[in-house]
Design a protein around this ligand. Sequence first.
Ligand SMILES: [Ca+2]
Length: 454
Amino acid sequence: MSWLVCGLWFGVVAGMRFSVREIASTLRPIATARRGWIGAIVVVAAVSFFAGAHNYRHQNWPFARGYYADLRKAVGLAPPASVRRAQAAKRGQGEIQTLTLADGTREFVLGTMLHRVKARLFPHFPEGHIAPLADEDGVFSFLHFTRDGAVSLSLLQMEKQELSTRQLGIVKGVHRGTDIFKAPDTNKVYVSYVTIDTKTCVSLKLDEIVIQEPGPIEQRPVFQTSCTLPPYGLNHGGGRIQQDSTGRMFLTVGDFWKSPLAADENSSFGKILVGKPGEGFAIYSRGHRNPQGLLWDADTQTLLETEHGPSGGDEINIIRENLHYGWPHETYGTNYGADPEDVYLADVGVSYGRHDRYTKPIFSYSPGIGIGQIRKVPADSFEFPNWVGSYLIAGMAPRSLSLYRVVIVDNRVVENEPIRLGRIRDFVVAPTGVIVASRVDGLLVVRRDRGKRG
Ligand SMILES: [Ca+2]
């Protein structure tokens, strides 16, 4: 480019002094005398250029056999499909192909680091929470609990990718459904939800539900937090339910935007509770802001939790009994709208940007990802063998809109790959590894894209 600019500049300057005819008549005898030499120089330069282009990082130069030929050989498929597929697989992130099918479902293929993913979105499926029931004979069945309290039963035929759903009834008193859980030992089903009484006092409730067909859903109260009057934040309810290998049940309770209650030892707010239905619940851990994800990992016998930080500081925590996880006294995040260089509330013992005095998260996202549910890819995952042992964590913030594939080794996060699957409210991973996720615009079923390789 610089030679071109110099040439043009020379031309402009020369044009100012001499006419084109004068320049041509001056150059003609030189060109005639040196034609042989100039030809030789042009040939040598061209050969050097093409050879260099071939060697330089195996560029796909017109006359060179470079990167793509090697790739074709390595992948072992006939070109040009192999090249396109390999490129697609390695493209990393983003929807690379979207298809709207005749029945209104949408399908897209997505490249990730270790798998090519094919996802199908069944529209008009309300946003909510999912409790797996069974995965037998190629049919995955699950209960679904919407944000406004409706319970349904769905059967997903995996091979045909057909979804059928039947409404079962409405849970009464639900202001915001926060989770549904089927206990593996008793097969009993539990729901948690935010409820508001006639005095506008808000609390989190845990019910056992009994589904009768026909007939309304029977609700048996299991636990209810104390209530708090406005102002409060209904989106800070927590409400995730899990059970450990001994049958103890865990319930996360958010701070409802009332951080003084999270600091209060006598309040259930900002805590993780433990108990058994019929035997009461007690505080298991404290110092939580808005725990939106909970996972009992039977492989490692640990309880993993995710919670929203204030602005930044979304945490992954390993929960152990009687530990304090910091909120509202400290967080790696900061306060919304605050000047980042202020010294925050130091006089009342609150510190931002550090986490020294209470149990640290194993990882903290800043900026926050809108951290949501956490699940694990099972050991016998047929769908995503390269992801076995990885955790998947929903990122709901507009900048995230992903499931993050997180690898944890020795209680440390060593890998964090966003997989752009949209804004996922809740999801489960079937024993086969199929991911079933609830988005605001429908139900997403995520499998491996096997393409023509079978
Ligand atoms: Ca913390």
